[in-house]
Design a protein. Structure first.
Lengths: 115, 112
């Protein structure tokens, strides 16, 4: 069965500092990996995705993530955090059972940004 | 460009009442999904529809039913609501087997 682990429930960083959010996955084949962001009271917005190819993927809002097969990880990074980045971040792995892209989500990491 | 539209946005039900959550997408996507989000548990898949005319159970289907009315619409029904179904419900759609999902704004449901 596919699964995602986000070991950090809460992270606090200062504005301008670098950020890394951790994500580990379990999946029996080549995974499709995603990072989503959710602002309070809002739906989920896709930050970036990995399907194949270059293991370093760029996303919106200056985020990037690196796929490391040997570590089963897909960590999200940003060089300099802005106050508007405060939100909840979800890592997800996709599976193609039954023809649909069934996403399995991690439990999320709540990011707080100190000014 | 509306994307994925869910109605209603908020709902309060009494235990035992029934209701249907509506979802429609205007992106011509084949696959549609219903998730529920609970604190500390991320999003869990309730049901999905890989294509028009098909539906399958996800991780937490008990207490729910779905209907894929046509390619655009995918509804979620609670026949007899229970307090354990208090949650935020998200509908999503995706265009192909390997593409990302696009989410609606959610329905916040409280069962008292």
């Amino acid at each position: 069965a596919q699964s995602v682990t986000q070991p950090d429930i809460h992270i606090t960083v200062s504005e301008g500092a670098s950020l890394e959010l951790r994500c580990n996955y379990s999946y029996g084949a080549t995974p499709y990996l995603f990072w989503y962001v959710q602002s309070p009271g809002q739906g989920l917005q896709l930050l970036l995705k990995y399907f194949s190819g270059d293991t370093l993927v760029q996303g919106i809002k200056g985020f990037e993530a690196e796929f490391k097969r040997s570590q089963s990880s897909f960590n999200l990074r940003k060089p300099s955090v802005h106050w508007s980045d405060a939100a909840e971040y979800f890592c997800a792995v996709g599976g193609l059972t039954g023809g649909g892209n069934k996403l399995t989500f991690g439990t999320g990491t709540q990011l707080k940004v100190e000014l | 460009n509306a994307g994925v539209t869910q109605t209603p946005k908020f709902q309060v039900l009494k235990t035992g009442q029934s209701m249907t959550l509506q979802c429609a997408q205007d992106m011509n996507h084949n696959s549609m999904y219903w998730y529920r989000q609970d604190p500390g548990m991320g999003l869990r898949l309730i049901y999905y529809s890989a294509s028009e005319g098909t539906t399958d159970k996800g991780e937490v289907p008990n207490g729910y039913n779905v209907s894929r009315l046509n390619k655009r619409e995918f509804s979620l029904r609670l026949e007899s609501a229970a307090p354990s179904q208090t949650s935020v419900y998200f509908c999503a759609s995706s265009p192909t087997r390997s593409a990302e999902a696009f989410f609606g704004q959610g329905t916040r449901l409280t069962v008292v």
